[in-house]
Design a protein around this ligand. Structure first.
Ligand SMILES: [Zn+2]
Length: 459
């Protein structure tokens, strides 16, 4: 006998549809069996839905959710706006966020992510210190709050403490960056160890390591951190998001950022480069061949006016990418995927640009990259729905008219290109509904705390 058996109309494990799908669980929500036929004569809980592996968000700065939608007007007397002016507003926000506020903002954000089908988030975390720039008594205080927020929201977190020290190439950190800055590499490794302790006492948390970017650290420190950090940790770094960053890097280091990373770091599948927007075709191909992944953040990159990533060149060379929601101006994975694909279509005036070979399906390719590589970016190595793994899934409504009508071989593209929030039945984590019928199980409490926090920040 199993603890529970769930029966889905179908389940997609990123390689095939299992129709119908009986998923047997143990008491912890771990998968004991997956089959098309019922096990024993045990009754199954019937779910009229199509289950996909829970989405893994590959890049988040949770506190920035507090300003989503609030920076979409031109500042007084300004005639234009760009990434760098947005960044000043983000710094002002960062100086106001207390540990309590961080937890309330992140818990609401993560619950909204769960409503979009995410069951794990990679939190690229650099808001380490108090408002004076001094370490908290517990060096990992803010990371601990992010872990607590994920617990309140019911999702999993990969905490990625991030080294940050410089205010630009060859420039000291600015006063408004003081909460991000580690005094030294040794101090950062202390913070990383405190973060490891925080993570190890939480079942839903794991650890990664990051350097913010080549503009926020010296090349020597960047190399030291990645060479001395635990080799099993996933490694993240922002790269080449803005043309100015590439120009400054060329002037200061004599190389473009991604070219520098390719030449000076042992890039492999543990490395996840965030954005990599402004890269040459040769860099895109070399990056693909290195095995390193790219994390694309289409709604944030569009919102900030970053530029265009050469996706087709990267994919033709076998490059792997995942999706992050970064500033959280958008958090719906399918919206991210549509943005990413439609930019490619608009630029070339062609369709189905994700398909490298004939008879491929855009939705399938998009979801395979987002899910499989999103898992890698979160440090999850087991394949989805494997025996012994937790049942973490996003479930689409089998009664939705387009999903009910779509043949199974077109169902994934119907999900990606033609569905919205109404098509989602809910999200399961460890076999439990965290979100059901668009309602998070702790929605009211999370919302109340979030609104209280936002009002005090805005005051
Ligand atoms: Zn970022």
């Amino acid at each position: 006998m199993y603890y529970r058996i769930l029966r889905f109309d179908a389940l997609w494990d990123t390689t095939q549809w299992i129709t119908p799908a009986y998923v047997a669980l143990d008491s912890k929500g771990l998968i004991a069996a997956v089959s098309t036929t019922p096990a024993y004569d045990q009754p199954a809980e019937r779910i009229a839905g199509f289950a996909l592996p829970g989405y893994h968000n590959a890049h988040s700065h949770a506190f920035q959710y507090a300003m989503a939608g609030l920076a979409e007007h031109l500042p007084t007397h300004a005639l234009e706006d760009d990434f760098w002016t947005w960044r000043e507003a983000m710094y002002r926000l960062a100086l106001t966020v207390s540990p309590d506020a961080m937890e309330d903002i992140a818990a609401m954000l993560y619950a909204q992510m769960a409503a979009c089908g995410y069951t794990s988030v990679a939190e690229f975390h650099y808001l380490h210190h108090d408002t004076n720039g001094h370490p908290y008594d517990n060096k990992a205080e803010m990371g601990q709050r992010l872990i607590a927020a994920a617990s309140r929201a019911g999702i999993k977190i990969t905490l990625i403490p991030t080294f940050y020290q410089r205010g630009g190439f060859g420039k000291p950190a600015q006063p408004q960056q003081r909460r991000f800055v580690s005094a030294s590499v040794e101090d950062f490794f202390d913070l990383l160890e405190s973060s490891r302790t925080a993570v190890s006492s939480a079942d839903h948390a794991r650890l990664g390591v990051a350097v913010h970017s080549l503009r926020a650290a010296t090349t020597e420190d960047t190399r030291t951190i990645f060479s001395q950090a635990d080799p099993t940790l996933i490694r993240h770094i922002h790269a080449a998001e803005q043309q100015k960053e590439v120009d400054d890097c060329l002037a200061h280091l004599g190389e473009r950022p991604v070219a520098w990373l390719l030449r000076h770091l042992p890039l492999d599948a543990r490395y996840h480069l965030i954005h990599a927007t402004h890269i040459l075709d040769d860099e895109a191909r070399a990056l693909a061949q290195s095995g390193a992944h790219v994390v694309l953040c289409p709604s944030t990159e569009g919102n900030l006016g970053d530029g265009f990533f050469p996706l087709r060149t990267f994919m033709e060379a076998g490059g792997r990418w995942s999706i992050g929601t970064d500033s959280h101006i958008g958090i719906d994975l399918c919206e991210e995927l549509r943005w990413m694909d439609y930019v490619q279509r608009l630029r070339r005036q062609k369709r189905n640009r994700l398909c490298i070979h004939a008879d491929q399906d855009s939705g399938q390719i998009a979801l395979q990259h987002a899910i499989q590589n999103g898992r890698a970016a979160n440090g999850h190595t087991a394949p989805p729905f494997a025996i012994g793994q937790p049942l973490d899934a996003v479930v689409y409504d089998a009664h939705h008219p387009l999903l009910a009508a779509a043949p199974s071989e077109r169902r994934l593209s119907t999900i990606v290109y033609a569905s919205d929030a109404c098509a989602r039945l809910g999200t399961l984590v460890n076999g439990q509904w965290i979100v059901h019928h668009r309602q998070h199980r702790h929605q009211d409490a999370l919302r109340t705390a979030f609104l209280r926090t936002l009002r005090s920040l805005q005051a």
